[in-house]
Design a protein around this ligand. Structure first.
Ligand code: C2E
Ligand code: MG
Ligand code: MG
Length: 551
């Protein structure tokens, strides 16, 4: 007997029991009436109530005989109705449970689909592609077959997005996704890895010529003009190919090789390139860094630097932004702008963010223990927003360290929110639910619409530094900064300006009632000991400056 049968059997029994209780009540009333009627009839016949009188009454009165049958009638009725009702109700319960089950399965399927597919194009996402790749490699190694990755990045897509707007950009991406789907075999997987990057997993191609033929078909798709805003747009893409077993044995290695090939193709404007070890020499730094990043995270070669954020009303340092650095034996200090994209590409961004968050939280706890009230801003990558790993890790960290989440701000760039707004909003809502502050970084470069902005559970916007730096020479930038500050305030958000390099810009921002300032003019990002020395000095200077302002 399965669960459903046991459930409905139980419901049936309960119902039967309920109905039978009524029949027992009716039975008792009937019995009671029989006794009373017998007593009354015996009294009427003999003028007294005796046992023999009652027996006589029973045997002579027809009405009493009829009444005698009532308890049996009720007993049978109870059994019968109980059975019928229980059956009917049982059937109803089974039907409803079936419906509910079907709905739950549908929901489960839907949420699984959402977690593994890209919302815009409906194609498998990066995570799912990796899973397929790993599965394919497993089968291929058993059967002595090959697996080829074709990695594709659109050329000049950012310019197209800038020129035609993000809606048209989205339209172009989904059109391309659909058209590319038509040129691959059903057993192959086409995925959108993010932004304007796609990948095709090709299973057991007979030879290189077949791969080249597929590349040709994809290129043909790209050349078909797409009509956008009355203009025919012709696209092109750079592609990189890498194969198992020729170029690597595992998913990470193959992805790395295909991206090296793709970058070389882009650089040399070659359309496509098949990976060869010789390409490593053309991008030695990139290849070395990609290969060494995992080790750098594990061996603690990363370091956090901190850049102060100053409240423009009080001139106090209210927070710092944690900015990661890589101390590389050969290349010296490497900027995150160089290795974060590599980490995102090789899926090391998860462990990297993990390290950054834990280190920053520990520092925060140290300051808290010393009674220093300094907020901590942490940068989170677009890729961290895709899965739920980040939220789970943060939740666990809050429980295990007891840190107050409202002392932490998670900075998320506007463009990474807009890459998949639906998913981003749901992750941000969970983070907001955990009481973390959320800041939109590089605001003004990610095309978010006002309707999105008002729906995001954010606390702060950070005006992108290009506008802040441009204020000096470009009056448009000044207008943009002023408008952004007002917009932020109207939405009840705190506004930070970053990239302040000169005093007069700082003063203008103060006049514009910007809330928080950050930039090299105040202080560049510093190592922990340098920052602490600077802060001790600044608290004296800062207050003096504030008093100076007041005079
Ligand atoms: P961001 O979050 O917008 O950080 C601000 C960047 O501007 C930092 O560069 C900072 O050093 C720099 N900066 C601040 N003030 C000035 C100024 O006045 N003039 C100029 N020219 N630059 C200024 P950095 O540290 O190189 O970081 C670059 C980007 O890398 C960051 O941009 C952020 O998007 C990313 N990043 C940094 N650390 C992390 C991290 O731990 N995780 C993630 N996912 N991304 C990070
Ligand atoms: Mg930031
Ligand atoms: Mg920024």
């Amino acid at each position: 007997m399965n669960d459903r049968d046991t459930d409905s059997q139980l419901h049936l029994e309960i119902l039967k029991y309920g109905v039978n209780q009524y029949s027992i009540l009716a039975l008792s009333i009937a019995l009671f009436l029989v006794v009373i009627a017998t007593v009354v009839t015996a009294y009427q016949i003999a003028g007294a109530v005796t046992m023999s009188g009652m027996a006589h009454a029973q045997s002579t009165s027809f009405a009493l005989r009829i009444l005698d049958l009532m308890p049996f009638v009720f007993a049978v009725w109870g059994q019968y109705t109980g059975y019928l009702m229980a059956r009917k109700a049982g059937a109803m319960i089974i039907q409803e449970t079936d419906k509910l089950r079907a709905e739950t399965t549908e929901w489960k399927k839907k949420s699984q689909h959402e977690a593994t597919h890209d919302a815009l194009t409906g194609l498998p996402n990066r995570e799912f592609f990796y899973k397929r790749l790993r599965d394919a490699l497993l089968v291929a190694s058993r059967n002595n077959e090959s697996v080829t990755i074709l990695l594709l990045n659109l050329d000049r897509f950012k310019e197209i997005n800038d020129a035609f707007g993000v809606k048209n950009g989205d339209y172009i991406l989904s059109r391309i996704a659909k058209d590319m789907g038509r040129v691959i075999q059903p057993q192959d997987t086409l995925a959108r890895l993010g932004g304007d990057e796609f990948a095709i997993l090709l299973y057991n191609l007979p030879d290189e010529a077949t791969a080249v033929a597929i590349v040709g078909r994809v290129q043909k798709v790209m050349q078909e003009p797409i009509l956008v805003a009355d203009e025919n747009i012709e696209l092109s893409a750079s592609m990189g190919l890498a194969s198992y077993p020729d170029h690597g044995n595992d998913a990470d290695m193959l992805m790395q090789c295909s991206s090296i090939a793709m970058y070389s193709a882009k650089k040399g404007q070659k359309g496509y390139l098949m990976y060869s070890p010789q390409l490593n020499q053309e991008n030695p730094r990139r290849v070395t860094l990609m290969g060494q990043l995992r080790g750098a995270i594990e061996e603690n070669l990363l370091e956090l630097h901190y850049q102060p954020k100053v409240d423009l009303l009080t001139d106090r340092v209210v927070a710092v932004e944690a900015l990661v650095r890589w101390r590389h034996a050969e290349y010296g200090n490497i900027s995150p702008a160089e290795f974060i994209p590599l980490a995102e590409r090789t899926r090391l961004i998860g462990p990297l963010t993990d390290w950054v968050v834990r280190t920053a939280v520990n520092q925060s706890l140290v300051w808290k223990a010393r009674d220093l009230k300094i907020g901590m801003s942490i940068n989170v990558s677009a890729k961290d927003l895709i899965d739920t790993e980040l939220v789970n890790m943060l939740e666990e960290l809050v429980t295990s360290t007891g840190i107050d989440p409202s002392a932490l701000t998670l900075e998320i760039t506007e463009s990474s929110i807009m890459a998949d707004p639906k998913r981003a909003i749901s992750v941000l809502q969970r983070l907001h639910g955990l009481r973390f502050n959320i800041s939109i970084d590089d605001f003004g470069t990610g095309y978010s619409s006002l309707s999105y902005l008002s729906r995001l559970p954010v606390h702060e916007i950070k005006i992108d530094q290009t506008f802040v730096r441009g204020m000096r020479t470009n009056s448009n930038d000044e207008t943009i900064v002023r408008a952004t500050i007002n917009l932020g305030h109207n939405l009840g958000l705190s506004v930070t300006a970053e990239g302040i390099e000169e005093e007069d810009i700082l003063m203008t921002l103060k006049k514009m009632r910007c809330d928080i300032a950050q930039g090299n003019y105040i202080s560049p990002a510093k190592s922990l000991p340098e920052l602490e020395a600077w802060m001790a000095n600044y608290s004296v200077k800062g207050r003096a400056a504030h008093q100076g302002d007041a005079e």
